[in-house]
Design a protein around this ligand. Structure first.
Ligand code: COA
Length: 376
């Protein structure tokens, strides 16, 4: 058995930002237009008017202040309300591959490695843009990596499930190294016309390079252990898929073809699941909660993270111990905990322990326990 280590991370951040103020202005203009179109039916009591969204609510309920997106023009146009992406020829890189490529190159550069050092690419993401060929194989080709590649989707937990998959292959000896990439174009599946959720998501891509620990050239994180768990729930769901046209009403503009969630239930049910998951993972490793120096959590909701942070660390986290990035990026699905890890991990001292934990649709929860090492 070999020991796996995370030797590099990379984050691709889109250049366009949507602030809460811009988002609310566009939504309210959309709501006013729909209400004007339905004025008679609303007056007759047959149709419920759309309520305005508010910046205060968004910040208070989620902690989100802005989000990055691949296209803000379509999203903020009250007559469109979704991103408008350029039609790409099959001969050019797809948008997910392009986003992931940037993050992957940064991860390789941080580790001081090249494509020749990589045996496997896993594209682990919630929102894969096509059924096949695998986006991961496209990324493998763009990077010039030999070996193999495949896609996997466990929604918001895709990154940690991908890390466990890669780490297990490294441990067993079937590969020496793997790039786990998480291109998340959440703006494509978010329903921007629904005030209950229009503020939740943003776009980003992250990449994590895993290698045998003896191959690490610079500072790195030893993967002590990983743990994944799932429990079926319909409380976060998207019914879009290739059977769409085969079903009556399938091709209509239906609400359930975009992200749907019962936010309150998710909040209540996922909190205990995650807290117990982290506690059990650490107990099995004989690690006391106060020994953890850093917690990189899934980035969906600030109150949720405050609660989990307190439970997992057994104390109110000191500033910086449980870093949040959701105020800047919003929820970026599987990439969120990896952004936090990439941005807030380099300062840890030799031997410090930290834990990445992601959670979300499925339900699913994945945790990765890490020990910091500096280059010898
Ligand atoms: N602006 C103003 N008011 C809004 C609003 C908006 N954009 N969106 C909803 N409201 C209203 C609701 O209609 C509701 O009004 P009511 O009390 O009159 O019915 C009220 O605000 C509270 O809405 P609710 O949806 O219950 O808010 P919440 O406090 O549960 O916060 C979430 C919503 C989504 C932020 C929260 O539930 C959450 O974060 N859940 C978990 C999310 C998560 O982790 N998802 C995983 C996805 S990967």
């Amino acid at each position: 058995m070999y020991t796996a280590a995370i030797t590099g991370t990379g984050v691709f951040t889109p250049s366009q930002v949507i602030t809460n103020a811009e988002l609310v202005e566009a939504f309210n203009a959309y709501a006013d237009r729909i209400n004007a179109e339905n004025a008679e039916a609303i007056a007759a009591g047959d149709v419920e008017p759309l309520q305005h969204s508010s910046e205060e609510f968004i910040f208070k309920a989620s902690g989100i202040e802005q989000r990055y997106v691949m296209d803000k023009t379509g999203v903020l146009n009250p007559d469109i309300m979704y991103p408008q992406l350029r039609q790409r020829d099959d001969g050019e890189p797809g948008i997910l591959a392009e986003m992931a490529l940037d993050a992957a190159q940064k991860a390789l550069a941080q580790a001081g490695k090249t494509a020749e050092d990589v045996d496997l690419v896993i594209c682990a993401a919630s929102n894969l843009e096509r059924a096949y060929p695998a986006v991961a194989i496209e990324i493998q080709d763009l990077l010039g990596i030999k070996g193999f590649a495949f896609d996997m989707n466990v929604a918001c937990s895709s990154a940690t499930f991908g890390i466990q998959t890669a780490a297990d292959m490294i441990r067993s000896g079937s590969i020496r190294s793997a790039l786990v990439v998480n291109p998340e174009i959440c703006s494509g599946h978010l329903e921007w016309r629904d005030r209950d959720c229009h503020f939740i998501f943003g776009d980003v891509a992250t990449a994590t390079l895993l290698e045998r620990i003896e191959d690490a050239k610079g500072d790195h994180f030893e993967v002590i252990s990983t743990r994944c768990a799932t429990e079926f729930s319909n409380n976060i769901r998207n019914n879009n898929g290739f059977l769409r046209r085969s079903r009556p009403d399938g091709v209509k503009d239906r609400r359930d073809m975009q992200f749907m969630q019962n936010g309150r239930k998710v909040f209540k049910e996922v909190l205990p699941m995650v807290s117990q998951h982290i506690a059990a993972h650490m107990a099995d490793e004989g690690i006391q909660s106060d020994a953890l120096k850093r917690l990189w959590l899934h980035q969906a909701n600030k109150s949720m993270n405050d609660f989990i942070g307190k439970k997992a660390l057994g104390r109110t986290p000191q500033p910086g111990e449980q870093p949040n990035i959701l105020q800047d990026y919003a929820n970026t699905s599987s990439a969120g905990s990896i952004i936090a890890f990439a941005k807030y991990s380099q300062d840890l001292a030799e031997g410090d322990l930290g834990l990445i934990c992601s959670f979300g649709a499925g339900y699913s929860v994945g945790s990765v326990l890490l020990r910091r090492h500096h280059a010898s």
